[in-house]
Design a protein around this ligand. Structure first.
Ligand code: HEC
Length: 232
């Protein structure tokens, strides 16, 4: 009896301790809340929340395509659960995953996102490939953002390419707002709409649609604008 209760005690302590382990699967928090201290970003790992989800929400998960309301072909690319349930992901096997096949299809007519939208960039495709190869986990990391970094080329343009450009490029950009190159991004910045929309200020449409950038990214955009929205 004594040893059984000891075992129980050990188990209870073990599970209680587990709850506080930083390695435990992190629960997604409110979009934009990356203040939580936790998992440092490893350059060899692809992260769902930091990298994969922004690509899919900005290039696929909108009205008429793969948001929950439209669900073309039954595919919903809005969040981890819907992606794992509807996008034919086989963890560890990118080549056998429908999502990866769709974004790399040799036939431009079949490739996603469909024409006239732009294909994903080789870098974006590589992030998704790596994420599936590494087990398609619901993972995130917390230290890849530094508010002292805010040049256009290294910081601002990548944020916009990954979170905004899918909707704000091409012949019929969302809201008639183009965010596809420096000049267009600067014009939106100078108008006040860029910061107003990402900071969710009153009187602006909150962006990205359906989500919010991390506080760190919003601060970087603010500093870039305050420093003259330069092409640096
Ligand atoms: C899923 C598609 C989608 C994504 C992703 C998206 N937008 Fe938008 N955006 C829209 C739509 C649709 C509108 C028009 C909405 C409206 O006027 O209510 C819009 C409007 C805007 C406007 C005009 C706002 C205003 O109040 O006049 C700005 C600026 C903008 N977006 C910036 C961004 C930025 C910056 C990002 C990325 C951080 C982004 N958007 C991501 C769809 C998107």
């Amino acid at each position: 009896m004594g040893s059984v209760s000891l075992m129980l005690l050990v188990l209870i302590v073990f599970f209680a301790a587990c709850k506080h382990e930083p390695e435990a699967l992190p629960q997604p928090e409110e979009p934009g809340d990356t203040t939580a201290q936790g998992i440092p970003c490893n350059p060899d790992t692809a992260y769902f929340e930091n990298q994969v989800l922004p690509i899919l929400t900005s290039s696929c998960a909108f009205s008429g395509c793969h948001d929950a309301a439209s669900a073309n072909d039954g595919v919903i690319l809005e969040n981890y659960q819907s992606i794992m349930q509807t996008a034919g992901i086989r963890p560890g096997n990118p080549g056998g995953s429908d999502l990866y096949e769709a974004i790399t299809d040799d036939d431009p007519e079949d490739r996603m996102p469909p024409l006239p939208m732009q294909s994903l960039s080789p870098q974006q495709i590589e992030i998704i490939r790596k994420w599936i190869a590494q087990g398609a986990k619901n993972n995130r990391c917390d230290s890849d953002c530094d508010t002292s970094q805010f040049t256009f080329a290294a910081t601002i343009q990548p944020i916009i390419n990954n979170n905004c450009k899918g909707c704000h490029s091409g012949a019929a950009p969302a809201g008639n707002v183009l965010l596809d190159n420096y000049d267009n991004i600067r014009n939106v910045a100078v108008s006040g709409k860029l910061y107003g929309s990402v900071a969710h200020l009153p009187d602006y449409a909150p962006m990205p649609q359906g989500g919010k950038l991390s506080d760190c990214n919003i601060t970087q955009i603010k500093k870039w604008i305050e420093n003259g929205s330069q092409n640096n």
